[in-house]
Design a protein around this ligand. Structure first.
Ligand SMILES: C[S@@+](CC[C@H](N)C(=O)[O-])C[C@H]1O[C@@H](n2cnc3c(N)ncnc32)[C@H](O)[C@@H]1O
Length: 282
């Protein structure tokens, strides 16, 4: 079905309202390739008609299908080597030391926001289990969330095809942390037990009650407007402990988010500590 300018505007507005993602007319190929089948399957007369149906809200499945189709779920295991070096050699040892002085020295709460199909939270769980020998005696919860039901379901299953495993998982780790299953690989129960998944739209109020030691929000806010990014990172900081760590994508910079979002560089990786008091030099 041909796409008109009216269709493009209507779809861009809808996608922006549903998930904060800014599409523009240059993305018309993406709209056609990702939503064309849904338009046909639901007997819509045009893309604008599809938008009308989603906005009416009579079929909640339709809205979920559009979100599943329009979101870009690109991810891989141990994405951004330097970030994982900074995590392993600086942030985690520092956090573990700091925890020793608290009432709950073995409790860690980590949130992988916009986790796609789970490679990020599982890479975090593997990193923790490599760093903490008695990890299963610790009270660790890694929460993975995403707006797309489809990717949350896949992440929850913890099964990956060969081509997904080949993106970032070393042969040694594959043998250690996965079991072969259905022509692919499933994450071992010990690692799976450290991670839970749920749906969360980052534009909506966060339902979680935990105070996070670390939050990972990588490669999603790049699609949002400056205002939405600012608001998101301030709300994420509000979910974190006073000296918590925030990690963003390798190509993301928070210079325009506020004075507390000053990057800290370690092992060629970067993280932020948005709730730390800024030292006064006067
Ligand atoms: C490119 S993936 C990034 C995955 C992972 N964080 C990484 O860096 O490899 C972006 C993810 O953000 C999710 N997403 C997009 N808009 C969202 C929103 N408003 N709330 C929550 N997740 C969203 C998409 O469904 C997608 O899975």
């Amino acid at each position: 079905m041909p796409l008109t300018m009216g269709d493009i505007d209507a779809v861009c507005d809808l996608v922006n309202d549903l998930c904060g993602i800014c599409l523009d007319s240059s993305k018309s190929y993406l709209i056609e390739s990702r939503l064309g089948q849904i338009v046909e399957d639901h007997g819509c007369t045009s893309y604008e008609d599809l938008v009308r149906k989603v906005r009416l809200g009579a079929d909640s499945r339709l809205k979920r299908q559009v979100v599943d189709a329009i979101t870009t779920n690109e991810t891989l295991f141990f994405r951004d080597q330097y970030m994982f070096e900074a995590l392993r050699h600086k942030a985690l040892p520092e956090l573990i030391d700091a925890k020793e002085k608290t009432a709950f020295p073995t409790r860690l709460r980590i949130w992988s926001a916009a986790c796609s199909t789970g490679q990020e939270p599982y890479s975090l769980a593997i990193t923790l289990s490599e760093l903490i020998p008695d990890v299963h005696r610790w009270d660790i919860q890694i929460l993975g969330t995403d707006i797309s039901d489809k990717v949350v379901a896949k992440a929850s299953r913890g099964w990956y095809a060969k081509h997904e495993i080949e993106r970032g998982m070393s042969p040694e780790r594959l043998q250690k942390y996965f079991v072969p299953e259905d022509n692919g690989w499933r994450i071992r129960d010990e690692i799976r037990a450290l991670v839970s998944f749920q749906r969360q739209n980052l534009l909506e109020p966060f339902g979680m009650s935990a105070r996070y030691d670390m939050v990972f929000c990588r490669n999603v806010a790049i699609y949002f407007t400056r205002e939405v990014r600012r608001d998101l990172f301030h709300r994420l900081a509000a979910t974190m402990i006073p000296d918590g760590y925030l990690f963003v994508g390798a190509q993301e910079f928070l210079a325009d988010v506020g004075p507390n979002f000053t990057p800290q560089h370690h092992c060629r990786g970067t993280f932020y500590r948005p709730n730390m008091r800024i030292p006064s030099y006067v």
